[in-house]
Design a protein. Structure first.
Length: 638
């Protein structure tokens, strides 16, 4: 069956039947790019609104002088503002060129993105056809650009997803290397740069991870106790495919310890190789797992240091964002910062400004959701004296004040349609018109925008301009939620304790584990509020779970946000109790965890004192299956 070719839909709105008939005759046999033109004529704006809101219209020819409930200009505003439709091309039909400021061709073209004007009653067929072809060509170009941008965005998403998976894999490997291995391990890339240095190595050599990672073996071999001669001998043997072993004696935990270090290479596919230094002695810290956490905020496995001092992080994805901020220092591209509420979007915006070439220029921030549309427009673009009641003098807006600098638009998704139109013009041309002014102003302002909303969904719902989205989203930065940044919770706790003059307090292991396991729906802001509460309430040296806000304690008890200690640290009595709990399996004719209600799962988790492994054993499922179900329960309670 032959595919039906979609026609170009043209809607003509005029209350003069003669004009409607003339246009219909002139465009009767018109086609563009092998697609026919379909003409729909209506004589009132009410019917036009129904058609515009129900089907795709490529071009709308609108009589500006319609004298009905809704004028032609009202219909133009309806298309651009109410429907948020900036794709349909507009051609204005007018009997005279109006000099009125609000209906002049110059004003209408600039404000509503109009493609042309047709004068009636003596419509010239050649001019009409040329205007239609030009408008269809413009529409086709917009559609093409839209598809290209969408394809580019999809490709970026895929690359970002792959990058996230690589970072996630690296994080898992780092955790394994740091926590699962108790013997010193150093991995060196083929250009002799240290890529992994586990906790046991840090304890044995006495050098913190942050002082080793990323540095060349040639720089620090003396600090590791390896002489240049040994390095040379080792490299000669490794290049021949052999292994090199040597002993190093260090003082660990107050006693001498000799560790035999194996130096060998691993070839990756045929492209490159890595060199491995592996010790043969277990190195463990002198720390009692039952004791309070001695260094609040210092989580084991935190192997990276934030490249930006004001951003506290060791999370790989956040490290990547920080490095990107530095890479963008010489760029003036617009940046869109997205992420859940409380993830630190304003802090990231300030960091971008600090590391940019505009750092010494003005920087202003405004919350688009905090001001009504008209007030926001006045704040951003300014106004002249007499523009409205109370405007007793000329007032500069944020754009004028930020000329040469940076403007941060927080919660951009809350900006009104009229503000969105003006923002687009500033981004396109660097010009804007203050309220009530006749002369445009030109500025050079870098725009940073942020939102917690899904702007793609808002575009589909016609609540946000698609062309503005693409102008703002030149460089996208998506901030991960705190629940995906467990490695940062300890350092953030320590930071907030210092901020609230409680830096001398320490956090118990159980309390820190609970904080790390908690879902943090309010992200960093919620954590900050919790620590502020603790700093004010806790009068003891060690912070326990009981010192946390009651709502947080309730969540911890409900979902068992407590990481258990290893079996060897339990007393014999505790082990007997846990064995009894484990033997109490659920003997019901149910085949999977999905057969059990949320209440049954929570009840058994509480009976097992929050122990997820024992609870999973009761249901006869793997621990990861229980984790996934608990995550669903948490999400459903939000």
């Amino acid at each position: 069956m032959e595919n039906k070719i979609e026609p170009w839909n043209i809607l003509v709105i005029d209350d003069d039947a003669t004009i409607l008939n003339t246009i219909k005759v002139f465009l009767k046999n018109l086609s563009f790019q092998d697609r026919p033109v379909k003409i729909t004529c209506v004589n009132n704006s009410k019917e036009a609104k129904k058609i515009l809101s129900s089907k795709k219209i490529h071009i709308a020819l609108i009589d500006l002088s319609i004298e009905q409930k809704y004028s032609g200009l009202d219909l133009v505003k309806y298309i651009r503002s109410n429907l948020n439709n900036f794709i349909t091309r507009l051609i204005i039909i007018a009997s005279v060129v109006d000099s009125n400021k609000k209906t002049s061709p110059e004003f209408i073209t600039r404000e509503f993105d109009v493609n042309g004007f047709i004068l009636k009653p003596n419509i010239v067929q050649e001019i009409l056809v040329m205007s239609i072809i030009t408008s269809l060509r413009a529409y086709d170009k917009l559609e093409y650009l839209k598809k290209q941008m969408y394809a580019q965005e999809e490709t970026t998403k895929k690359i970002s997803l792959q990058s996230d998976k690589i970072l996630q894999t690296k994080s898992i490997l780092d955790a394994i290397i740091n926590r699962a291995m108790q013997m010193p391990l150093i991995i060196v890339s083929d250009d002799l740069e240290i890529s992994h240095y586990n906790e046991a190595a840090s304890l044995f050599f006495g050098i913190p991870q942050e002082n080793i990672l990323g540095r060349s073996v040639r720089e620090i071999h003396q600090s590791l106790g390896i002489s240049p001669k040994k390095v040379g001998e080792a490299m000669d043997i490794l290049e021949g495919g052999g292994e090199f072993t040597f002993g190093i004696t260090r003082s660990v935990n107050g006693r001498k310890l000799t560790c035999n270090i194996r130096f060998f290479s691993i070839y990756i596919e045929d492209q490159s190789s890595v060199f491995v230094l592996a010790g043969d002695k277990k190195i463990t810290p002198l720390v009692d797992n039952s004791a309070p956490f001695s260094e609040p905020g210092k989580l084991k496995g935190d192997t990276q240091v934030s490249p930006i001092p004001n951003i506290i992080t060791g999370d790989p994805k956040m490290i990547k964002i920080c490095n990107m901020i530095k890479d963008l220092s010489y760029s003036s591209a617009s940046i869109m910062i997205t992420g859940e509420t409380g993830t630190g979007k304003e802090l990231i915006a300030e960091a971008i400004k600090t590391y940019s070439v505009r750092k010494d220029k003005p920087y202003l921030a405004i919350n688009c959701g905090a001001l009504h549309g008209d007030l926001l427009e006045a704040e951003l673009f300014g106004y002249v004296k007499g523009a409205f009641t109370g405007a007793d003098k000329d007032t500069a807006g944020f754009f004028e004040k930020c000329d040469g600098g940076t403007l941060f638009l927080d919660e951009i998704g809350d900006a009104s349609p009229s503000v969105q139109v003006k923002l687009l013009r500033v981004l396109q041309n660097g010009t804007f018109l203050p309220i009530g002014a006749r002369k445009e102003k030109k500025v050079d302002v870098r725009i940073l925008a942020a939102t917690h909303q899904d702007l793609r969904e808002m575009i589909r719902e016609r609540k946000f301009r698609e062309d503005l989205y693409y102008r703002l989203n030149v460089v996208p930065i998506n901030l991960p939620a705190l629940k995906y940044r467990q490695v940062d919770i300890g350092p953030l706790v320590q930071h907030f304790l210092s901020v609230y003059s409680a830096g001398d307090k320490i956090v118990s292991t159980q309390c820190l584990n609970a904080l790390c396991d908690y879902n943090w729906p309010g992200n960093i802001r919620e954590l900050q509020n919790a620590i502020e509460y603790v700093s004010a309430i806790c009068k003891e040296k060690v912070i326990q779970i009981t010192h946390l806000p009651q709502s947080l304690q309730d969540e911890i008890k409900k979902f068992g946000y407590i990481t258990r200690k290893i079996e060897s640290t339990r007393t014999p009595e505790a082990n007997d109790i846990n064995r009894n709990l484990e033997l109490k399996t659920i003997n019901i004719k149910k085949q999977s965890l999905s057969d059990f209600s949320d209440e049954e799962i929570i009840k058994n988790l509480l009976e097992c004192d929050g122990h997820k492994g024992l609870t999973a054993g009761r249901f006869g499922v793997h621990r990861s299956t229980l984790y996934r179900r608990l995550q669903k329960i948490r999400n459903s309670k939000k």
